[in-house]
Design a protein around this ligand. Structure first.
Ligand SMILES: C[S@@+](CC[C@H](N)C(=O)[O-])C[C@H]1O[C@@H](n2cnc3c(N)ncnc32)[C@H](O)[C@@H]1O
Length: 277
Protein backbone atom coordinates (compact mmCIF):
# COMPACT_ATOMS: atom_id res chain seq x y z
CA UNK A 1 0.00 0.00 0.00
CA UNK A 2 1.39 3.41 -0.95
CA UNK A 3 0.34 6.27 1.26
CA UNK A 4 0.71 9.99 0.80
CA UNK A 5 3.41 11.86 2.68
CA UNK A 6 2.22 15.41 2.96
CA UNK A 7 4.72 17.92 4.24
CA UNK A 8 3.84 19.88 7.34
CA UNK A 9 4.98 23.28 6.25
CA UNK A 10 5.35 25.18 9.49
CA UNK A 11 7.26 27.68 7.42
CA UNK A 12 5.94 27.92 3.86
CA UNK A 13 9.37 29.02 2.69
CA UNK A 14 11.02 25.76 3.73
CA UNK A 15 13.29 24.75 0.88
CA UNK A 16 13.93 21.28 2.32
CA UNK A 17 13.54 18.10 0.31
CA UNK A 18 10.39 15.99 0.69
CA UNK A 19 11.10 12.30 -0.02
CA UNK A 20 7.74 11.99 -1.83
CA UNK A 21 5.53 8.87 -1.83
CA UNK A 22 6.76 6.16 0.54
CA UNK A 23 5.94 2.52 1.13
CA UNK A 24 6.63 0.23 4.10
CA UNK A 25 9.01 -2.66 3.34
CA UNK A 26 10.04 -5.59 5.51
CA UNK A 27 13.79 -5.75 6.21
CA UNK A 28 16.11 -8.68 6.88
CA UNK A 29 15.42 -8.90 10.63
CA UNK A 30 11.62 -8.84 10.29
CA UNK A 31 11.26 -5.15 11.18
CA UNK A 32 9.91 -2.62 8.67
CA UNK A 33 11.25 0.58 7.23
CA UNK A 34 10.12 3.11 4.62
CA UNK A 35 11.26 3.25 1.06
CA UNK A 36 10.62 5.80 -1.68
CA UNK A 37 8.30 4.29 -4.25
CA UNK A 38 10.12 5.95 -7.13
CA UNK A 39 13.71 6.08 -5.88
CA UNK A 40 16.40 4.39 -3.85
CA UNK A 41 15.97 6.35 -0.61
CA UNK A 42 15.10 4.30 2.46
CA UNK A 43 14.89 5.24 6.12
CA UNK A 44 16.89 2.32 7.58
CA UNK A 45 19.06 -0.33 6.04
CA UNK A 46 17.24 -3.14 4.30
CA UNK A 47 19.41 -5.85 5.91
CA UNK A 48 17.73 -5.10 9.24
CA UNK A 49 16.14 -1.83 10.32
CA UNK A 50 15.82 -2.69 14.02
CA UNK A 51 19.31 -4.20 14.11
CA UNK A 52 20.78 -1.06 12.58
CA UNK A 53 18.91 1.22 14.95
CA UNK A 54 20.18 -0.64 17.99
CA UNK A 55 23.74 -1.08 16.73
CA UNK A 56 24.38 2.41 15.34
CA UNK A 57 22.49 4.60 17.76
CA UNK A 58 21.77 2.87 21.07
CA UNK A 59 25.05 0.95 21.23
CA UNK A 60 27.18 3.27 19.06
CA UNK A 61 26.40 6.26 21.26
CA UNK A 62 27.27 4.17 24.33
CA UNK A 63 23.90 5.06 25.84
CA UNK A 64 22.98 1.44 26.53
CA UNK A 65 25.80 1.23 29.10
CA UNK A 66 24.92 4.47 30.91
CA UNK A 67 23.01 4.76 34.17
CA UNK A 68 19.66 6.57 34.21
CA UNK A 69 18.56 9.24 33.59
CA UNK A 70 19.10 9.38 29.83
CA UNK A 71 18.66 12.43 27.61
CA UNK A 72 18.70 11.92 23.84
CA UNK A 73 18.73 14.46 21.01
CA UNK A 74 17.73 12.98 17.66
CA UNK A 75 17.82 14.76 14.32
CA UNK A 76 15.27 12.90 12.19
CA UNK A 77 12.43 11.08 13.98
CA UNK A 78 11.32 9.45 10.70
CA UNK A 79 9.54 6.19 11.43
CA UNK A 80 10.30 6.48 15.15
CA UNK A 81 12.26 3.24 15.19
CA UNK A 82 15.19 4.76 17.11
CA UNK A 83 12.77 6.09 19.70
CA UNK A 84 11.04 2.71 20.15
CA UNK A 85 14.37 0.86 20.32
CA UNK A 86 15.74 3.29 22.92
CA UNK A 87 12.62 3.63 25.06
CA UNK A 88 12.04 -0.15 25.08
CA UNK A 89 15.64 -0.79 26.24
CA UNK A 90 15.37 1.97 28.82
CA UNK A 91 12.16 0.73 30.44
CA UNK A 92 13.55 -2.81 30.65
CA UNK A 93 16.71 -1.59 32.41
CA UNK A 94 15.24 1.23 34.45
CA UNK A 95 11.55 0.64 35.18
CA UNK A 96 11.54 3.64 37.54
CA UNK A 97 13.97 5.88 35.62
CA UNK A 98 13.59 8.98 33.45
CA UNK A 99 14.25 9.15 29.71
CA UNK A 100 14.02 12.54 28.00
CA UNK A 101 13.90 11.94 24.26
CA UNK A 102 14.03 15.14 22.16
CA UNK A 103 13.55 14.54 18.47
CA UNK A 104 13.20 16.75 15.42
CA UNK A 105 11.43 16.24 12.15
CA UNK A 106 10.00 18.87 9.86
CA UNK A 107 7.92 16.16 8.15
CA UNK A 108 6.20 14.09 10.87
CA UNK A 109 5.00 10.84 9.37
CA UNK A 110 1.32 10.43 8.43
CA UNK A 111 -0.34 8.15 10.95
CA UNK A 112 -1.46 5.52 8.41
CA UNK A 113 2.06 5.24 7.10
CA UNK A 114 3.36 4.86 10.66
CA UNK A 115 0.85 2.06 11.39
CA UNK A 116 1.80 0.27 8.17
CA UNK A 117 5.31 -0.21 9.62
CA UNK A 118 4.02 -2.62 12.31
CA UNK A 119 5.69 -0.58 15.05
CA UNK A 120 4.25 -2.89 17.73
CA UNK A 121 6.86 -5.47 16.66
CA UNK A 122 9.64 -3.20 17.91
CA UNK A 123 8.71 -2.99 21.57
CA UNK A 124 7.15 -5.01 24.37
CA UNK A 125 5.39 -1.83 25.52
CA UNK A 126 2.34 -1.10 23.32
CA UNK A 127 1.97 2.18 25.23
CA UNK A 128 5.18 3.45 23.59
CA UNK A 129 3.66 2.89 20.15
CA UNK A 130 0.55 4.83 21.15
CA UNK A 131 2.67 7.60 22.66
CA UNK A 132 4.59 7.93 19.41
CA UNK A 133 1.39 7.80 17.33
CA UNK A 134 -0.14 10.63 19.39
CA UNK A 135 2.98 12.77 19.05
CA UNK A 136 3.07 12.22 15.28
CA UNK A 137 -0.56 13.27 14.92
CA UNK A 138 -0.12 16.38 17.10
CA UNK A 139 3.17 17.22 15.40
CA UNK A 140 1.28 17.87 12.18
CA UNK A 141 -0.51 20.75 13.95
CA UNK A 142 1.95 22.06 16.55
CA UNK A 143 5.62 22.99 16.45
CA UNK A 144 6.42 21.34 19.79
CA UNK A 145 4.65 18.39 21.41
CA UNK A 146 5.56 16.48 24.59
CA UNK A 147 3.85 13.30 25.79
CA UNK A 148 4.92 10.85 28.51
CA UNK A 149 4.49 7.21 29.44
CA UNK A 150 5.88 6.31 32.87
CA UNK A 151 9.35 7.93 32.98
CA UNK A 152 9.64 8.23 29.20
CA UNK A 153 9.12 11.80 27.96
CA UNK A 154 8.98 12.21 24.20
CA UNK A 155 9.26 15.74 22.76
CA UNK A 156 8.89 16.30 19.03
CA UNK A 157 9.99 19.58 17.47
CA UNK A 158 8.10 19.46 14.19
CA UNK A 159 10.39 21.89 12.43
CA UNK A 160 13.72 21.86 10.69
CA UNK A 161 16.63 21.83 13.13
CA UNK A 162 17.62 25.45 12.58
CA UNK A 163 14.14 26.60 13.58
CA UNK A 164 13.63 24.27 16.55
CA UNK A 165 13.44 25.62 20.09
CA UNK A 166 15.55 22.86 21.60
CA UNK A 167 17.15 24.21 24.81
CA UNK A 168 20.82 25.09 24.29
CA UNK A 169 21.59 23.53 27.71
CA UNK A 170 19.91 20.21 26.89
CA UNK A 171 22.99 18.20 27.95
CA UNK A 172 22.16 15.18 25.81
CA UNK A 173 24.02 12.03 26.77
CA UNK A 174 23.49 10.79 23.21
CA UNK A 175 22.96 12.65 19.95
CA UNK A 176 21.46 10.48 17.23
CA UNK A 177 22.40 12.17 13.97
CA UNK A 178 19.93 10.53 11.62
CA UNK A 179 18.81 12.75 8.74
CA UNK A 180 19.06 11.47 5.19
CA UNK A 181 22.48 11.70 3.57
CA UNK A 182 24.20 14.89 2.41
CA UNK A 183 22.67 14.66 -1.06
CA UNK A 184 19.07 14.74 0.25
CA UNK A 185 19.62 16.85 3.39
CA UNK A 186 22.79 18.93 2.85
CA UNK A 187 21.74 21.38 5.58
CA UNK A 188 22.19 18.61 8.18
CA UNK A 189 25.86 17.90 7.42
CA UNK A 190 27.34 21.39 7.75
CA UNK A 191 29.60 22.77 10.50
CA UNK A 192 26.63 24.97 11.52
CA UNK A 193 24.45 21.93 12.13
CA UNK A 194 27.15 20.06 14.05
CA UNK A 195 27.86 23.18 16.12
CA UNK A 196 24.16 23.26 17.00
CA UNK A 197 24.26 19.58 18.02
CA UNK A 198 27.59 19.90 19.88
CA UNK A 199 26.20 22.76 21.95
CA UNK A 200 23.41 20.45 23.15
CA UNK A 201 25.64 17.42 23.73
CA UNK A 202 26.71 16.85 27.37
CA UNK A 203 30.46 17.09 28.10
CA UNK A 204 30.43 13.28 28.56
CA UNK A 205 27.97 12.60 25.71
CA UNK A 206 28.55 10.94 22.33
CA UNK A 207 27.15 11.64 18.89
CA UNK A 208 26.43 8.60 16.71
CA UNK A 209 25.63 8.52 13.03
CA UNK A 210 25.47 5.87 10.32
CA UNK A 211 27.46 8.18 8.04
CA UNK A 212 31.19 7.88 7.39
CA UNK A 213 31.75 10.40 4.58
CA UNK A 214 34.91 12.43 5.04
CA UNK A 215 33.03 15.69 4.38
CA UNK A 216 30.67 14.94 7.25
CA UNK A 217 33.60 14.13 9.51
CA UNK A 218 35.37 17.32 8.50
CA UNK A 219 32.30 19.33 9.41
CA UNK A 220 32.23 17.67 12.86
CA UNK A 221 35.94 18.28 13.36
CA UNK A 222 35.58 21.91 12.38
CA UNK A 223 33.37 22.52 15.41
CA UNK A 224 35.83 20.88 17.79
CA UNK A 225 34.51 17.34 18.05
CA UNK A 226 36.80 14.33 18.26
CA UNK A 227 35.90 11.60 15.82
CA UNK A 228 36.19 7.83 15.80
CA UNK A 229 35.26 5.18 13.30
CA UNK A 230 33.45 1.92 14.02
CA UNK A 231 32.34 -0.88 11.75
CA UNK A 232 29.04 -0.02 10.12
CA UNK A 233 25.81 -1.97 10.42
CA UNK A 234 25.00 -4.68 7.86
CA UNK A 235 26.95 -4.22 4.66
CA UNK A 236 28.12 -0.70 5.59
CA UNK A 237 31.85 -0.49 6.06
CA UNK A 238 31.98 2.27 8.70
CA UNK A 239 29.95 4.55 10.91
CA UNK A 240 31.03 7.59 12.95
CA UNK A 241 31.06 8.43 16.64
CA UNK A 242 32.03 11.87 17.92
CA UNK A 243 32.56 13.44 21.34
CA UNK A 244 33.92 16.53 23.05
CA UNK A 245 36.93 14.64 24.49
CA UNK A 246 39.07 11.85 23.00
CA UNK A 247 38.92 9.68 26.14
CA UNK A 248 35.17 9.31 25.55
CA UNK A 249 36.10 7.38 22.40
CA UNK A 250 38.44 4.90 24.15
CA UNK A 251 38.47 1.50 22.47
CA UNK A 252 37.55 3.02 19.10
CA UNK A 253 39.81 4.07 16.28
CA UNK A 254 40.29 7.85 16.24
CA UNK A 255 40.23 9.01 12.66
CA UNK A 256 41.67 12.45 13.08
CA UNK A 257 42.97 15.00 15.48
CA UNK A 258 40.76 17.97 16.17
CA UNK A 259 42.32 21.32 15.43
CA UNK A 260 41.02 22.99 18.55
CA UNK A 261 43.29 26.01 18.30
CA UNK A 262 41.61 26.89 15.01
CA UNK A 263 38.20 27.17 16.52
CA UNK A 264 36.39 29.46 16.27
CA UNK A 265 39.00 31.49 14.40
CA UNK A 266 39.41 28.96 11.56
CA UNK A 267 42.67 28.01 9.86
CA UNK A 268 45.34 30.67 9.40
CA UNK A 269 45.18 32.17 5.90
CA UNK A 270 46.83 30.03 3.27
CA UNK A 271 47.03 26.88 5.41
CA UNK A 272 45.11 23.66 5.16
CA UNK A 273 44.35 21.18 7.93
CA UNK A 274 46.86 18.44 7.15
CA UNK A 275 45.62 15.76 9.48
CA UNK A 276 42.11 15.37 8.17
CA UNK A 277 41.34 11.89 7.00
C1 LIG B 1 16.62 8.58 7.82
S1 LIG B 1 15.12 9.33 8.30
C2 LIG B 1 15.11 9.09 10.05
C3 LIG B 1 14.94 7.65 10.48
C4 LIG B 1 14.44 7.52 11.87
N1 LIG B 1 15.33 8.05 12.88
C5 LIG B 1 14.00 6.13 12.19
O1 LIG B 1 14.37 5.61 13.27
O2 LIG B 1 13.23 5.59 11.40
C6 LIG B 1 15.51 11.05 8.18
C7 LIG B 1 14.47 12.00 8.75
O3 LIG B 1 15.09 13.27 8.93
C8 LIG B 1 14.14 14.29 8.66
N2 LIG B 1 14.86 15.53 8.33
C9 LIG B 1 15.60 15.75 7.21
N3 LIG B 1 16.12 17.00 7.21
C10 LIG B 1 15.70 17.60 8.36
C11 LIG B 1 15.91 18.91 8.91
N4 LIG B 1 16.64 19.84 8.29
N5 LIG B 1 15.34 19.19 10.10
C12 LIG B 1 14.58 18.24 10.74
N6 LIG B 1 14.35 16.99 10.25
C13 LIG B 1 14.90 16.66 9.07
C14 LIG B 1 13.33 13.72 7.50
O4 LIG B 1 12.05 14.32 7.41
C15 LIG B 1 13.27 12.23 7.84
O5 LIG B 1 12.09 11.87 8.50
Amino acid sequence: MVLGYTAVMNNPLLPLADPGPLVAVETGDGSFTLKQTDGVLHYRCLQGARTESRYVFLEGSGLIAQPAPWTVLELGLGSGLNFLTTADAFLKQFPEGELHYHTLDHLPLAIDLFRSLHPERNTDFPELVELLAEVLVLGREQDVVTRSFRGVHLTLYATRWDQAAVPADLNALAAYHDPFGPRQNPECWTPECFAWVAQRLAPEGRLATYAAASEARKAMAEVGLWIATRKGSGFKREMTIAAHRPELLDGLKLVKRVMRDRIPAGPPPGTRPRDWA
